[in-house]
Design a protein around this ligand. Structure first.
Ligand SMILES: *[C@@H]1O[C@H](CO)[C@@H](O)[C@H](O)[C@H]1NC(C)=O
Ligand SMILES: *[C@@H]1O[C@H](CO)[C@@H](O)[C@H](O)[C@H]1NC(C)=O
Length: 259
């Protein structure tokens, strides 16, 4: 969904090394760690496998390591409330010392608040919404780049082509909306603007996406920045191709969530 799952491996190793090492020194031998993923999604499946492999690798490389890392893997089912309720259960009943995940930025907003209150680090390797920040919530750790990291590059590309107007097409979620103000600022720096913003619901059907694309076709601006997760993006691009919008009259720029 958001970000690249292989980062989980690296991040999880870091977590194991720093947190678990300390527990060993203080004599405890079990370390409970919660993992909240959307297990039916592609990213969730990949992340689960990567995390399990990372733990195996870690113990293979540190054979004398006594602390037993116990993972409690939970399914958020892609739902904010479900993610929060799993986090509460993990914190209250399993004494987890860290939570890895959740996947989506909107889930991370809830879960990081819970972690912050309990002073348990929440480490998300996929939540890229820039408004989630360790400044306000010190127990939230982002194991990936914020989407702000991309906006200057996108703006530079737009500037290099001499385009003055751009229409962002984004999913109407925390993740989708998060990048927009930063993109607007980056464009403004060289006098470019967004005459229209196309927010698409993640539950939009093919007809709704088609109507939005027809609307876009009536506008003068034909440069788009697409910022959404893969499921809705596949509907968008299939329709855009059908409507002949994948031609040289149009420019499509994708953020790294899809590309
Ligand atoms: C390890 O534990 C000590 C004492 O409980 C604490 O002061 C220190 O910050 C911990 N270090 C890490 C890396 O968590
Ligand atoms: C997070 O926790 C810190 C320290 O425990 C606290 O100062 C801060 O206000 C909390 N942030 C939020 C958003 O609750």
């Amino acid at each position: 969904m958001e970000g690249a799952p292989e980062r989980a491996v690296i991040f999880f190793l870091l977590l194991s090394l720093t947190v678990a090492q300390n527990i060993t020194e203080s004599g405890t031998d079990t370390l409970n760690v919660g993992v909240i993923l959307h297990l039916k999604s592609l990213v969730g499946k990949m992340a689960r496998t990567s995390i399990l492999m990372a733990v195996e690798d870690f113990y293979a490389a540190h054979r004398s390591f006594n602390t037993k890392l116990v993972l409690h893997i939970r399914d958020s089912n892609g739902d904010d409330i479900q993610a929060a309720s799993e986090a509460i259960d993990l914190l209250e009943n399993y004494n987890v010392r860290a939570i890895v995940g959740p996947q989506k930025s909107s889930e991370a907003t809830f879960v990081s608040d819970l972690g912050n209150k309990s002073q348990v680090p929440v480490i998300s390797f996929t939540a890229t919404n820039p408004t989630l920040s360790s400044m306000d919530v010190p127990y939230f750790l982002r194991g990936t780049l914020s989407d702000v990291a991309q906006v200057n590059t996108i703006a530079a590309l737009i500037k290099a082509y001499g385009w003055r107007e751009v229409v962002p097409i984004y999913e109407d979620t925390d993740y989708g909306r998060g990048i927009i103000p930063y993109l607007a600022d980056a464009l403004q720096e060289f006098g470019a603007s967004m005459p229209y913003r196309s927010a698409i619901s993640v539950s939009a059907n093919t007809d709704q996406v088609e109507r939005e694309l027809y609307k876009l076709m009536t506008m003068q601006t034909r440069v788009y920045v697409v910022h959404m997760s893969a499921n809705i993006a596949s509907i968008l691009f299939t329709k855009a191709k059908e409507l002949g919008m994948m031609s040289k009259d149009y420019a499509w720029i994708l953020t790294d969530g899809i590309s």
